[in-house]
Design a protein around this ligand. Structure first.
Ligand code: ADP
Ligand code: ADP
Length: 226
C-alpha cells in the first residue's frame, strides 16, 4: 500500500565550493489514498523533492521506491514509461496545449500511452465531470478561467489513471475561493482512485485539509504543525 518510499535521499547541485545540498537524508512515505501537503519556504527543496518522486531527477544518494518499483537500476526509458503510466504531474502554470480544447488536452496523454479514441474520450469526459468542468469540454484554454484551466490540467494529469499525483503549487496563481475548488477537485480524484498525492503549496488553509502536512527542514522531511 506504499506508493512512495524515500529512504535517506540526498540531492546536491553543483560541486566543490559551489555545491548546494538541498536534500540531506530525507525520508518520506506516502500510502494509497493519502493526500500529503508539502509546505516549506521558497528554496527549501519542494520542487526538488517532487521531481525526485516523479522520476524527473535522480538523487545523488539514497533509495527511491515508487509504485512498488525500486528506481535506482531502471534505465531512462523504464523511468519514462513508469512516469507516463503511473505518475501524473501538475504545475503552477498549467502548460495546456493552447490550440486544443479541454477534452483534447485530456485525451492527449492517453493517445501517447496507446489508448484508442473512444476509450480516451469516455475517460476524459468522466474526469472533466469529477473536476466539475464537463460543460467546458470543447473550450480552448484561453477561453477558460484560471481555475478551470488548472482543473483541466489535473484531469490531464489523471488521464492514464496514475497511482501517484504530484502537484507543484497547483493553486499558486489562483484566488483563495478558486484555490479551494481546485484543491477539493484534486482531493476527490485522489480519494476516488485511491491514488497517492503530494501537493506542494504555500496556502496553509488548503494544507490543513490534507491528510497530513510535512515540511523540509535542513534537507529532511519532517511533520509540520500549521
Ligand atoms: P522550492 O521548490 O522549495 O522553492 P527548489 O527545490 O526549487 O525549492 O530549490 C531548492 C534549492 O535548489 C534552491 O536553492 C535552488 O536554487 C536549487 N536548485 C534547484 N534546482 C537546481 C538545479 N537544477 N541546479 C542548481 N540548483 C538548483
Ligand atoms: P518551480 O519548480 O520553480 O516552481 P515549475 O513548476 O515551472 O517551476 O517547474 C520547472 C521545473 O520543472 C524545471 O526545473 C524543470 O526541470 C522541471 N520540469 C518540468 N517539466 C518537466 C518535464 N516534462 N521533464 C523534466 N523536467 C521537467
Amino acid at each position: 500500500n506504499v506508493l512512495i518510499n524515500l529512504k535517506d535521499v540526498s540531492q546536491t547541485y553543483g560541486t566543490g565550493g559551489a555545491a548546494v545540498h538541498v536534500l540531506k537524508g530525507a525520508d518520506l512515505t506516502v500510502s494509497k489514498g493519502e493526500l500529503v501537503a508539502l509546505v516549506a519556504p521558497s528554496g527549501a527543496g519542494k520542487s526538488t523533492l517532487l521531481h525526485i518522486c516523479g522520476l524527473l531527477e535522480r538523487p545523488t544518494g539514497g533509495a527511491v521506491t515508487v509504485v512498488d518499483q525500486a528506481t535506482e537500476k531502471l534505465t531512462d526509458r523504464q523511468r519514462t514509461l513508469l512516469r507516463r503510466h503511473r505518475i501524473g504531474y501538475v504545475y503552477q502554470f498549467h502548460h495546456l496545449l493552447p490550440e486544443f480544447s479541454a477534452i483534447e488536452n485530456v485525451m492527449m496523454p492517453q493517445f501517447i500511452a496507446g489508448a484508442n479514441e473512444d476509450k480516451a474520450k469516455a475517460r476524459s469526459i468522466e474526469l472533466l465531470e469529477i473536476m466539475g468542468i464537463a460543460h467546458r469540454a470543447t473550450h480552448r484554454p484561453a477561453e477558460l478561467s484560471g481555475g478551470e484551466q488548472q482543473r483541466v490540467a489535473i484531469a490531464r494529469a489523471a488521464a492514464n489513471g496514475p497511482s501517484l499525483i504530484l502537484a507543484d503549487e497547483p493553486t499558486g496563481n489562483l484566488d483563495p475561493a478558486t484555490s479551494d475548488k481546485v484543491f477539493d477537485a484534486l482531493s476527490a480524484l485522489v480519494k476516488e482512485h485511491e491514488a497517492g498525492c503530494i501537493i506542494a503549496t504555500h496556502n496553509h488553509d488548503l494544507a490543513r485539509k490534507a491528510d497530513r502536512v510535512v515540511t523540509i527542514v535542513d534537507g529532511k522531511v519532517t511533520p509540520a504543525e500549521l
